[in-house]
Design a protein around this ligand. Structure first.
Ligand SMILES: NC(=O)c1ccc[n+]([C@@H]2O[C@H](COP(=O)([O-])OP(=O)(O)OC[C@H]3O[C@@H](n4cnc5c(N)ncnc54)[C@H](O)[C@@H]3O)[C@@H](O)[C@H]2O)c1
Length: 261
């Protein structure tokens, strides 16, 4: 399938690493200009060097609404697509949830939930500039947001709220021709995924690879890793004409871990 997004601009938040980076790459390969945002300046610069003429970078912390707004206000021509991939976990293991303190929830909610809310608020005006018929927003949630994951309760709750916010925003944006969807990864080899292993009780006697293979075997019928590039391909599909009737949906790329009727 040949998808051509030439002439369009895609803002990718969390474009420095992992899934966000792969999504930004996929939009770039489809011809889109990329506005790459992340708090990791070195990773952004590394990405910018791939195609300096087509990638603009901005170092922001998504917990800081004013910074996001100022980036958005500077976009005279607006944007066509917004991708929100940045998130953090608590860095601790729940199960039972009282292994965490209520104060452990604060930073996770601030970045993983409120950072996503801040991003969509800040870029709403940029999305509504110009012809809007083909525009889209994609939020990255998680299977954790659909199953009450015990691993990291504030992360799980944030991701559930992200799915719900995608549905609200899909309804509000629909009459303006902007579609909003969410994607849920299962297990993807990234820094964030490895941080879950590092916080786990098993990390003392199992390598990251051993822990992950055991977990994937237990939770996913297809029993294999997902790759960042799979999210890039789906994100471009959703943003394209092929996705023109898809809004308010959560697409799970998780090897069948979560199945809805
Ligand atoms: N990797 C997985 O197995 C997995 C599973 C389910 C969901 N997800 C979701 O996928 C998305 C991408 O995660 P990933 O695995 O690629 O993680 P990652 O850690 O590789 O990348 C996250 C990126 O977000 C950036 N970021 C973090 N906090 C930020 C902040 N406050 N402001 C700006 N940028 C910030 C980081 O610098 C990094 O570049 C996240 O929403 C995550 O919750 C990942």
């Amino acid at each position: 399938m040949n998808i051509d997004l030439t002439g369009q601009t895609t803002a990718v938040i969390g474009a420095g690493n992992g899934i966000g980076r792969a999504i930004a790459n996929a939009f770039l390969e489809s011809g889109s200009h990329i506005l790459a945002l992340d708090r990791d300046a070195d990773a952004l610069e590394d990405f910018r060097r791939v195609s300096p003429e087509k990638i603009t970078c901005s170092v922001v912390d998504i917990g800081d609404y004013a910074s996001l707004q100022s980036v958005s206000d500077d976009l005279a021509d607006g944007i066509d697509h917004l991708i929100c991939s940045a998130a953090i976990g608590s860095g601790k293991t729940g199960f039972p949830f009282w292994n965490l303190n209520p104060s452990d929830w604060e930073s996770v909610l601030e970045v993983t939930l409120m950072g996503t809310v801040n991003s969509v608020h800040a870029f709403a005006t940029a999305l509504l500039k110009g012809e809007t018929k083909r525009k889209s927003v994609l939020l990255i949630s998680s299977v954790a947001g659909q199953i009450g994951s015990q691993t990291d309760p504030p992360y799980s709750a944030s991701k559930a709220a992200v799915i719900n916010f995608a549905q609200c925003a899909a309804k509000d944006f629909a009459s303006y021709g902007v579609r909003v969807n969410a994607m849920s990864p299962g297990m993807v080899k990234t820094d964030l995924n490895e941080s879950v292993w590092a916080a786990s009780k098993e990390s003392a006697d199992q390598s990251y690879e051993e822990w992950a293979q055991e977990k994937i075997g237990k939770i996913s019928p297809l029993a294999r890793w997902q790759t960042p590039e799979e999210f890039g391909a789906m994100a471009v599909f959703l943003a394209s004409e092929h996705g023109k009737n898809i809004t308010g949906q959560t697409i799970n790329i998780d090897g069948g871990q979560v199945m809805h009727s």
